[in-house]
Design a binder for this molecule. Sequence first.
Ligand code: UDP
Length: 148
Amino acid sequence: MEKTFIMVKPDGVQRSLIGEIVTRFEKKGFQLVGAKLMQISTELAGNHYAEHKDKPFFGELVDFITSGPVFAMVWQGENAVEVARQMLGKTNPKDALPGTIRGDFGLVVEKNVIHGSDAVESAKREIALFFGEEELVHYGKLIEDWVY
Ligand code: UDP
């Protein structure tokens, strides 16, 4: 089953949005297979956002993502990567539709509340960056017969 990496960013943690965001993914039918509150190091931030290292906003992005704790999660389910991106909404909250997480809780691109992997390959890379295999829990849930 497909997995995606989702992270409540420091602004989302400070604004007490962890519960709201976890609830949305649970209600959608996804299964939580890993989660932790953590402080990202500058090194991990640089690796995670390596594709943006030449962008003008890279320095501020690293400063922001390391400015306070984040809540890192792995969610599993059919088409988890694509569906989660829809749930997040557009990168810039001003373009994100109401009903999406960024559309409902954000105003500016620099503080857009949440990260979600943009492709299956990046999900694999990001999950491996943030979680050890032993931190991911695989289990069955009876409710799956009612989701699928
Ligand atoms: N970002 C920013 N300024 C910009 C564009 C992006 O601060 O002009 C930040 C924003 O937090 C975004 C992250 O960089 O979530 C990664 O950008 P990307 O284009 O990969 O968007 P995402 O995949 O997060 O939607």
